[in-house]
Design a protein around this ligand. Structure first.
Ligand code: PMP
Length: 405
Protein backbone atom coordinates (compact mmCIF):
# COMPACT_ATOMS: atom_id res chain seq x y z
CA UNK A 1 0.00 0.00 0.00
CA UNK A 2 2.98 2.27 0.63
CA UNK A 3 4.47 1.44 -2.75
CA UNK A 4 3.25 4.43 -4.76
CA UNK A 5 3.42 7.23 -2.23
CA UNK A 6 6.33 8.89 -3.97
CA UNK A 7 4.72 8.79 -7.44
CA UNK A 8 4.23 12.37 -8.62
CA UNK A 9 1.17 13.28 -10.65
CA UNK A 10 2.14 13.60 -14.32
CA UNK A 11 0.60 16.32 -16.47
CA UNK A 12 -1.75 15.05 -19.22
CA UNK A 13 -0.35 14.79 -22.77
CA UNK A 14 -0.73 18.28 -24.21
CA UNK A 15 -2.22 17.18 -27.55
CA UNK A 16 -4.69 14.71 -26.10
CA UNK A 17 -5.63 17.28 -23.45
CA UNK A 18 -6.50 19.69 -26.23
CA UNK A 19 -8.76 17.11 -27.88
CA UNK A 20 -10.57 16.47 -24.58
CA UNK A 21 -11.15 20.21 -24.10
CA UNK A 22 -12.40 20.50 -27.69
CA UNK A 23 -14.84 17.62 -27.25
CA UNK A 24 -16.23 19.13 -24.04
CA UNK A 25 -16.75 22.57 -25.62
CA UNK A 26 -20.44 23.13 -26.58
CA UNK A 27 -19.63 26.15 -28.83
CA UNK A 28 -21.03 25.30 -32.31
CA UNK A 29 -18.25 26.89 -34.35
CA UNK A 30 -15.38 25.33 -32.39
CA UNK A 31 -12.39 24.21 -34.45
CA UNK A 32 -9.82 21.51 -33.64
CA UNK A 33 -6.50 22.09 -35.37
CA UNK A 34 -4.54 20.38 -32.59
CA UNK A 35 -4.31 16.69 -33.29
CA UNK A 36 -2.57 15.38 -36.40
CA UNK A 37 -5.28 13.15 -37.74
CA UNK A 38 -6.92 13.52 -41.16
CA UNK A 39 -10.50 14.78 -41.35
CA UNK A 40 -12.66 15.05 -44.46
CA UNK A 41 -14.48 18.19 -45.53
CA UNK A 42 -17.26 17.33 -43.04
CA UNK A 43 -14.70 17.23 -40.22
CA UNK A 44 -15.13 13.45 -39.92
CA UNK A 45 -12.43 10.76 -39.70
CA UNK A 46 -12.12 9.19 -43.13
CA UNK A 47 -11.99 5.44 -43.62
CA UNK A 48 -10.15 5.03 -46.90
CA UNK A 49 -12.40 3.29 -49.46
CA UNK A 50 -9.58 0.84 -50.23
CA UNK A 51 -9.36 -0.02 -46.52
CA UNK A 52 -13.13 -0.68 -46.43
CA UNK A 53 -12.69 -2.99 -49.38
CA UNK A 54 -9.83 -5.02 -47.90
CA UNK A 55 -11.58 -5.19 -44.51
CA UNK A 56 -14.47 -6.96 -46.23
CA UNK A 57 -12.03 -9.31 -47.98
CA UNK A 58 -10.39 -10.24 -44.66
CA UNK A 59 -13.76 -10.73 -42.97
CA UNK A 60 -14.77 -13.28 -45.57
CA UNK A 61 -11.48 -15.14 -45.77
CA UNK A 62 -12.09 -18.60 -44.24
CA UNK A 63 -8.34 -19.39 -44.14
CA UNK A 64 -7.54 -16.71 -41.57
CA UNK A 65 -7.26 -17.45 -37.86
CA UNK A 66 -5.96 -15.72 -34.75
CA UNK A 67 -2.64 -17.53 -34.42
CA UNK A 68 0.52 -15.62 -33.49
CA UNK A 69 2.45 -13.93 -36.26
CA UNK A 70 6.19 -14.61 -36.47
CA UNK A 71 8.24 -12.46 -34.03
CA UNK A 72 9.37 -10.11 -36.80
CA UNK A 73 5.84 -9.84 -38.20
CA UNK A 74 3.79 -10.84 -41.23
CA UNK A 75 6.39 -11.73 -43.90
CA UNK A 76 4.41 -10.48 -46.91
CA UNK A 77 3.68 -7.21 -45.10
CA UNK A 78 7.30 -6.58 -44.11
CA UNK A 79 8.74 -7.23 -47.55
CA UNK A 80 6.14 -5.05 -49.27
CA UNK A 81 6.56 -2.28 -46.69
CA UNK A 82 10.32 -2.27 -47.28
CA UNK A 83 9.76 -1.93 -51.05
CA UNK A 84 7.31 0.90 -50.48
CA UNK A 85 9.78 3.08 -48.61
CA UNK A 86 13.06 2.00 -50.21
CA UNK A 87 11.73 1.58 -53.77
CA UNK A 88 11.30 -1.76 -55.55
CA UNK A 89 14.60 -1.21 -57.37
CA UNK A 90 16.53 -0.41 -54.19
CA UNK A 91 20.12 -1.71 -54.21
CA UNK A 92 19.75 -2.41 -50.48
CA UNK A 93 16.87 -4.80 -51.24
CA UNK A 94 18.42 -6.52 -54.26
CA UNK A 95 21.61 -7.02 -52.24
CA UNK A 96 19.56 -8.34 -49.28
CA UNK A 97 21.02 -5.79 -46.86
CA UNK A 98 17.82 -4.78 -45.07
CA UNK A 99 16.65 -6.12 -41.71
CA UNK A 100 12.93 -5.33 -41.43
CA UNK A 101 10.65 -5.87 -38.47
CA UNK A 102 6.92 -5.16 -38.08
CA UNK A 103 6.33 -2.71 -35.22
CA UNK A 104 3.58 -1.03 -33.20
CA UNK A 105 3.11 1.73 -35.76
CA UNK A 106 5.69 4.51 -36.07
CA UNK A 107 6.04 4.99 -32.31
CA UNK A 108 6.99 1.33 -31.92
CA UNK A 109 9.45 1.59 -34.80
CA UNK A 110 11.10 4.60 -33.15
CA UNK A 111 11.24 2.71 -29.87
CA UNK A 112 12.69 -0.49 -31.32
CA UNK A 113 15.20 1.47 -33.39
CA UNK A 114 16.25 3.48 -30.33
CA UNK A 115 16.48 0.34 -28.20
CA UNK A 116 18.61 -1.40 -30.82
CA UNK A 117 20.94 1.61 -31.04
CA UNK A 118 21.18 1.83 -27.25
CA UNK A 119 22.49 -1.75 -27.20
CA UNK A 120 24.63 -1.99 -30.28
CA UNK A 121 25.56 1.40 -31.77
CA UNK A 122 29.34 2.12 -31.55
CA UNK A 123 28.81 5.33 -29.57
CA UNK A 124 31.50 7.96 -29.55
CA UNK A 125 31.14 8.71 -25.82
CA UNK A 126 27.76 8.80 -24.05
CA UNK A 127 24.70 7.75 -26.12
CA UNK A 128 23.17 10.91 -27.59
CA UNK A 129 20.57 11.45 -30.32
CA UNK A 130 20.47 14.75 -32.15
CA UNK A 131 16.88 15.96 -32.62
CA UNK A 132 15.68 18.81 -34.80
CA UNK A 133 14.56 21.90 -32.91
CA UNK A 134 11.60 21.55 -32.77
CA UNK A 135 10.51 17.95 -33.27
CA UNK A 136 7.66 15.57 -32.44
CA UNK A 137 7.64 15.84 -28.62
CA UNK A 138 7.51 12.06 -28.19
CA UNK A 139 11.01 11.69 -29.65
CA UNK A 140 12.44 13.04 -26.39
CA UNK A 141 10.60 10.49 -24.24
CA UNK A 142 11.26 7.56 -26.57
CA UNK A 143 15.03 8.04 -26.55
CA UNK A 144 15.26 8.89 -22.86
CA UNK A 145 13.37 5.68 -22.06
CA UNK A 146 16.26 3.64 -23.47
CA UNK A 147 19.04 5.75 -21.97
CA UNK A 148 19.87 7.88 -25.01
CA UNK A 149 20.13 11.59 -24.21
CA UNK A 150 18.36 13.98 -26.62
CA UNK A 151 20.28 17.02 -27.83
CA UNK A 152 18.79 19.58 -30.25
CA UNK A 153 20.18 20.73 -33.58
CA UNK A 154 19.01 23.97 -35.24
CA UNK A 155 16.28 23.30 -37.79
CA UNK A 156 13.52 25.91 -37.86
CA UNK A 157 14.23 29.57 -38.37
CA UNK A 158 11.57 31.72 -36.64
CA UNK A 159 12.35 34.81 -38.72
CA UNK A 160 12.07 33.20 -42.15
CA UNK A 161 9.49 30.63 -40.87
CA UNK A 162 11.58 28.19 -42.92
CA UNK A 163 14.62 25.94 -42.64
CA UNK A 164 17.66 27.14 -40.69
CA UNK A 165 19.84 25.52 -43.32
CA UNK A 166 23.15 27.04 -42.22
CA UNK A 167 22.47 26.22 -38.58
CA UNK A 168 21.57 22.65 -39.48
CA UNK A 169 24.65 22.09 -41.66
CA UNK A 170 26.86 23.73 -39.04
CA UNK A 171 25.54 21.35 -36.37
CA UNK A 172 26.26 18.38 -38.65
CA UNK A 173 29.81 19.63 -39.19
CA UNK A 174 30.45 20.42 -35.52
CA UNK A 175 29.01 17.18 -34.12
CA UNK A 176 31.40 14.48 -32.89
CA UNK A 177 32.00 11.87 -35.60
CA UNK A 178 29.50 8.99 -35.73
CA UNK A 179 26.72 11.08 -34.16
CA UNK A 180 23.14 9.87 -34.58
CA UNK A 181 20.87 12.44 -36.28
CA UNK A 182 17.13 11.93 -36.29
CA UNK A 183 15.75 13.16 -39.62
CA UNK A 184 12.10 13.52 -40.61
CA UNK A 185 11.88 11.80 -44.00
CA UNK A 186 9.16 14.19 -45.24
CA UNK A 187 6.47 16.54 -43.93
CA UNK A 188 8.43 17.57 -40.84
CA UNK A 189 6.34 17.54 -37.66
CA UNK A 190 5.61 20.13 -36.30
CA UNK A 191 6.93 22.72 -38.80
CA UNK A 192 5.94 21.42 -42.26
CA UNK A 193 9.39 22.62 -43.37
CA UNK A 194 11.47 20.11 -45.36
CA UNK A 195 14.93 20.48 -46.92
CA UNK A 196 14.95 20.73 -50.73
CA UNK A 197 16.53 17.93 -52.79
CA UNK A 198 19.72 20.00 -53.16
CA UNK A 199 19.82 20.60 -49.42
CA UNK A 200 19.35 16.87 -48.73
CA UNK A 201 22.34 16.22 -50.98
CA UNK A 202 24.52 18.61 -48.98
CA UNK A 203 23.27 17.09 -45.71
CA UNK A 204 24.23 13.63 -47.01
CA UNK A 205 27.71 14.93 -47.96
CA UNK A 206 28.41 16.08 -44.41
CA UNK A 207 26.91 12.94 -42.88
CA UNK A 208 29.23 10.81 -44.99
CA UNK A 209 32.25 12.99 -44.23
CA UNK A 210 31.63 12.77 -40.50
CA UNK A 211 30.43 9.16 -40.40
CA UNK A 212 27.08 10.19 -38.87
CA UNK A 213 24.13 7.82 -38.64
CA UNK A 214 20.73 8.81 -40.07
CA UNK A 215 17.75 7.76 -37.94
CA UNK A 216 14.91 8.45 -40.41
CA UNK A 217 11.39 8.83 -39.08
CA UNK A 218 8.85 8.49 -41.88
CA UNK A 219 5.32 9.00 -40.59
CA UNK A 220 3.81 10.76 -43.62
CA UNK A 221 4.89 9.02 -46.85
CA UNK A 222 2.39 10.05 -49.53
CA UNK A 223 0.76 12.57 -47.27
CA UNK A 224 3.19 15.36 -48.04
CA UNK A 225 3.01 15.61 -51.83
CA UNK A 226 0.32 13.04 -52.61
CA UNK A 227 3.04 10.92 -54.24
CA UNK A 228 4.54 7.96 -52.34
CA UNK A 229 7.75 7.97 -54.38
CA UNK A 230 8.38 11.67 -54.15
CA UNK A 231 7.96 11.62 -50.37
CA UNK A 232 10.51 8.79 -50.13
CA UNK A 233 13.15 10.85 -51.93
CA UNK A 234 15.41 11.60 -48.95
CA UNK A 235 15.47 8.02 -47.67
CA UNK A 236 16.17 6.53 -51.12
CA UNK A 237 18.78 9.15 -51.89
CA UNK A 238 20.61 8.46 -48.61
CA UNK A 239 20.47 4.69 -49.27
CA UNK A 240 21.94 5.32 -52.73
CA UNK A 241 24.72 7.41 -51.22
CA UNK A 242 25.37 4.69 -48.63
CA UNK A 243 24.80 6.90 -45.60
CA UNK A 244 24.38 4.42 -42.72
CA UNK A 245 20.73 4.53 -41.71
CA UNK A 246 17.52 3.04 -40.44
CA UNK A 247 13.92 4.01 -41.25
CA UNK A 248 10.86 4.05 -39.01
CA UNK A 249 7.69 3.62 -41.06
CA UNK A 250 4.09 4.30 -40.06
CA UNK A 251 0.84 3.50 -41.86
CA UNK A 252 -1.23 5.53 -39.40
CA UNK A 253 -1.68 8.59 -41.60
CA UNK A 254 -1.25 7.40 -45.18
CA UNK A 255 -3.64 4.46 -44.72
CA UNK A 256 -5.81 6.10 -42.04
CA UNK A 257 -5.05 3.16 -39.74
CA UNK A 258 -4.19 5.20 -36.62
CA UNK A 259 -5.63 2.80 -34.07
CA UNK A 260 -4.52 -0.39 -35.81
CA UNK A 261 -0.83 0.34 -35.07
CA UNK A 262 0.74 -0.78 -38.35
CA UNK A 263 4.40 0.06 -38.88
CA UNK A 264 7.86 -1.26 -39.57
CA UNK A 265 11.51 -0.66 -38.75
CA UNK A 266 14.05 -1.14 -41.54
CA UNK A 267 17.76 -1.22 -40.66
CA UNK A 268 20.05 -1.00 -43.70
CA UNK A 269 23.35 -2.87 -43.37
CA UNK A 270 26.43 -2.99 -45.57
CA UNK A 271 26.25 -6.76 -46.25
CA UNK A 272 23.68 -9.57 -46.20
CA UNK A 273 25.60 -11.21 -43.40
CA UNK A 274 25.48 -8.05 -41.28
CA UNK A 275 21.74 -7.71 -41.95
CA UNK A 276 21.25 -11.29 -40.75
CA UNK A 277 22.97 -10.51 -37.46
CA UNK A 278 21.04 -7.25 -37.04
CA UNK A 279 17.72 -9.01 -37.75
CA UNK A 280 18.53 -11.72 -35.21
CA UNK A 281 19.07 -9.11 -32.47
CA UNK A 282 15.99 -7.08 -33.44
CA UNK A 283 14.06 -10.32 -33.12
CA UNK A 284 15.45 -10.94 -29.62
CA UNK A 285 14.51 -7.39 -28.54
CA UNK A 286 11.04 -7.64 -30.08
CA UNK A 287 10.43 -10.97 -28.33
CA UNK A 288 11.07 -9.49 -24.91
CA UNK A 289 8.96 -6.41 -25.57
CA UNK A 290 5.83 -7.56 -27.41
CA UNK A 291 6.53 -11.21 -28.34
CA UNK A 292 4.96 -10.68 -31.74
CA UNK A 293 3.13 -7.83 -33.46
CA UNK A 294 -0.64 -7.61 -34.07
CA UNK A 295 -1.99 -9.22 -37.23
CA UNK A 296 -5.11 -7.39 -38.40
CA UNK A 297 -3.68 -4.08 -39.60
CA UNK A 298 -0.66 -5.77 -41.16
CA UNK A 299 -2.97 -8.06 -43.14
CA UNK A 300 -4.96 -5.06 -44.39
CA UNK A 301 -1.86 -3.20 -45.56
CA UNK A 302 -0.30 -6.34 -46.99
CA UNK A 303 -3.36 -6.94 -49.18
CA UNK A 304 -3.19 -3.36 -50.45
CA UNK A 305 0.54 -3.39 -51.14
CA UNK A 306 0.64 -6.80 -52.80
CA UNK A 307 -2.31 -6.40 -55.16
CA UNK A 308 -1.67 -4.03 -58.09
CA UNK A 309 -5.32 -2.90 -58.41
CA UNK A 310 -5.72 -2.25 -54.70
CA UNK A 311 -2.37 -0.48 -54.65
CA UNK A 312 -3.53 1.88 -57.42
CA UNK A 313 -6.74 2.50 -55.53
CA UNK A 314 -4.78 3.33 -52.37
CA UNK A 315 -2.66 5.80 -54.29
CA UNK A 316 -5.86 7.55 -55.40
CA UNK A 317 -7.12 7.66 -51.79
CA UNK A 318 -3.80 9.17 -50.67
CA UNK A 319 -4.12 11.84 -53.36
CA UNK A 320 -7.62 12.63 -52.13
CA UNK A 321 -6.26 13.36 -48.66
CA UNK A 322 -3.06 15.15 -49.70
CA UNK A 323 -4.81 17.29 -52.30
CA UNK A 324 -7.55 18.35 -49.92
CA UNK A 325 -4.86 19.56 -47.55
CA UNK A 326 -2.94 21.32 -50.31
CA UNK A 327 -6.10 23.11 -51.49
CA UNK A 328 -7.01 24.13 -47.92
CA UNK A 329 -3.55 25.68 -47.62
CA UNK A 330 -4.22 27.70 -50.76
CA UNK A 331 -7.66 28.76 -49.54
CA UNK A 332 -6.31 29.91 -46.20
CA UNK A 333 -3.51 31.77 -47.93
CA UNK A 334 -5.94 33.53 -50.27
CA UNK A 335 -8.26 34.50 -47.43
CA UNK A 336 -5.43 35.96 -45.34
CA UNK A 337 -3.52 37.73 -48.08
CA UNK A 338 -6.22 38.86 -50.51
CA UNK A 339 -9.43 39.21 -48.60
CA UNK A 340 -8.51 40.01 -45.02
CA UNK A 341 -5.16 41.64 -45.82
CA UNK A 342 -3.78 40.17 -42.62
CA UNK A 343 -0.52 41.86 -41.63
CA UNK A 344 2.67 39.88 -42.22
CA UNK A 345 3.93 37.41 -44.78
CA UNK A 346 1.92 34.18 -45.11
CA UNK A 347 3.89 32.47 -47.89
CA UNK A 348 4.86 29.71 -45.46
CA UNK A 349 1.22 28.54 -45.38
CA UNK A 350 1.56 27.34 -48.98
CA UNK A 351 5.28 26.54 -48.86
CA UNK A 352 5.09 24.21 -45.87
CA UNK A 353 4.15 20.64 -46.57
CA UNK A 354 2.06 17.83 -45.08
CA UNK A 355 -0.43 17.73 -42.28
CA UNK A 356 0.97 20.64 -40.27
CA UNK A 357 1.67 24.28 -40.65
CA UNK A 358 3.71 26.39 -38.30
CA UNK A 359 1.79 29.66 -38.39
CA UNK A 360 4.51 31.67 -36.67
CA UNK A 361 2.08 33.02 -34.07
CA UNK A 362 3.33 33.18 -30.47
CA UNK A 363 2.02 31.29 -27.40
CA UNK A 364 -0.05 34.31 -26.25
CA UNK A 365 -1.76 34.58 -29.63
CA UNK A 366 -2.34 30.81 -29.67
CA UNK A 367 -3.90 30.92 -26.23
CA UNK A 368 -6.12 33.83 -27.30
CA UNK A 369 -7.44 31.71 -30.17
CA UNK A 370 -8.30 28.91 -27.74
CA UNK A 371 -9.87 31.20 -25.14
CA UNK A 372 -11.68 33.70 -27.33
CA UNK A 373 -12.46 31.82 -30.51
CA UNK A 374 -12.74 28.17 -29.39
CA UNK A 375 -9.99 27.31 -31.88
CA UNK A 376 -7.89 24.55 -30.36
CA UNK A 377 -4.19 24.54 -31.26
CA UNK A 378 -0.90 23.86 -29.51
CA UNK A 379 0.99 26.74 -27.85
CA UNK A 380 3.77 26.57 -30.46
CA UNK A 381 1.36 27.89 -33.11
CA UNK A 382 1.23 24.63 -35.05
CA UNK A 383 -2.04 23.93 -36.84
CA UNK A 384 -3.19 20.67 -38.36
CA UNK A 385 -4.47 21.65 -41.80
CA UNK A 386 -6.75 18.61 -41.73
CA UNK A 387 -8.88 20.32 -39.09
CA UNK A 388 -9.87 23.01 -41.60
CA UNK A 389 -12.61 22.59 -44.20
CA UNK A 390 -14.91 24.57 -46.47
CA UNK A 391 -17.29 25.29 -43.57
CA UNK A 392 -14.88 26.53 -40.92
CA UNK A 393 -12.00 28.04 -42.89
CA UNK A 394 -13.43 31.56 -42.99
CA UNK A 395 -14.15 31.53 -39.26
CA UNK A 396 -10.59 30.32 -38.68
CA UNK A 397 -8.99 32.89 -40.97
CA UNK A 398 -10.95 35.79 -39.48
CA UNK A 399 -9.92 34.83 -35.98
CA UNK A 400 -6.29 34.28 -36.93
CA UNK A 401 -6.41 37.73 -38.51
CA UNK A 402 -7.79 39.23 -35.28
CA UNK A 403 -5.18 37.39 -33.18
CA UNK A 404 -2.24 38.90 -35.06
CA UNK A 405 -3.55 42.45 -35.36
N1 PMP B 1 6.85 10.28 -35.90
C1 PMP B 1 6.28 11.45 -36.15
C2 PMP B 1 7.13 12.56 -36.60
C3 PMP B 1 4.90 11.61 -36.01
O1 PMP B 1 4.34 12.79 -36.27
C4 PMP B 1 4.11 10.52 -35.58
C5 PMP B 1 2.64 10.66 -35.41
N2 PMP B 1 2.21 11.76 -34.69
C6 PMP B 1 4.77 9.30 -35.34
C7 PMP B 1 6.13 9.22 -35.51
C8 PMP B 1 4.13 8.03 -34.89
O2 PMP B 1 2.80 7.84 -35.02
P1 PMP B 1 2.17 6.40 -34.95
O3 PMP B 1 2.81 5.67 -33.79
O4 PMP B 1 0.73 6.64 -34.75
O5 PMP B 1 2.50 5.73 -36.24
Amino acid sequence: VEAWQQVPLAPPDSIFKLTTAYKADPFPQKVNVGVGAYRDDHNKPWILPVVKKVTAILLNDPTLDHEYLPITGLPEFISAAAKLILGSDSPALSEARVASVQTISGTGANHLGALFLSRYYPWNGQPVVRLSNPTWANHYAIFKNVGIAPNDYPYYHPVTIGLDYDGFLGALRDAVPRSVFLLHACAHNPTGVDPTEEQWAAIADVMLEKGHYAFFDCAYQGFASGDLDRDAFAVRYFVGRKVPLLVCQSFAKNAGLYGERVGALHVISSTTEEATRVRSQLSVLQRSEISNPPSHGARLVSLILNNPDLFEEWKRDIKTMAHRIISIRQELYDLLTQELKTPGNWDHIINQIGMFSFTGINPTQSQALVDKAHIYLTANGRISMAGLNSKNIRYFAENLDKAVR
